[in-house]
Ligand binder design. Sequence first.
Ligand SMILES: Cc1cc2nc3c(=O)[nH]c(=O)nc-3n(C[C@H](O)[C@H](O)[C@H](O)COP(=O)(O)O)c2cc1C
Length: 201
Amino acid sequence: MIDLQSLSELIEFRRTVKPIDAIGQPNYSERSVSRETIQQILSNANWAPTHGLTEPWRFTVYQGEALNDLAELLRRAYTEHTPTEMFKEGKREKMASYAEYTQVAIVLGMKRHPGKIPAEEEVMAVACAVQNLHLSATAEGLGGFWSTAPVYDVPVVREAFGFTGNDDRCLGIFYLGYPKNDWPERKKGAPQPVEDKIIWR
Ligand SMILES: Cc1cc2nc3c(=O)[nH]c(=O)nc-3n(C[C@H](O)[C@H](O)[C@H](O)COP(=O)(O)O)c2cc1C
């Protein structure tokens, strides 16, 4: 059994590492991520808590050549489903670049079980699974980035990812790769003190 000290270190060590930095330089090395590693990470995600044991998390994994398809899908989706006044070419290209510069992209789905559990709780269960995923990636030395954008959850886009149920949702894309640079520090340092967020009774 892992001890609390080791677990605390892992939790603090976990960082968001995006496939590219703010000026478009790659953050991930060329080193590929083995299928066994991805499988272990997703197996850990699969152990997340889930109300009613609905296990609502779903994963669509893109690697290798398929990442170019994902980049194109994102470009097209953003172009077709972004209102003109909101459209920014730079934003579209950045979104597509994440897919082009990553080693792995895991599209995060929520499979709805109507009438059983409130949708909000199914979303929360998926978030728990994603935290398991991110911590497991950290333990393997992988950088990870949970990307969210409204366009991922447009019905035709969601269906293209393989989430085809009426009330299913796409909750983001999780990018993974071995960092090519030093492990980053948390932006703005440590979180605000937890004491400020606790009411003791
Ligand atoms: C649900 C969720 C969605 C997120 N979506 C984005 C996103 O779309 N773009 C982004 O830059 N960061 C996104 N992040 C990552 C946060 O920016 C990141 O967690 C935060 O800066 C703290 O850094 P850390 O993860 O290294 O602790 C998301 C995080 C969560 C939990």
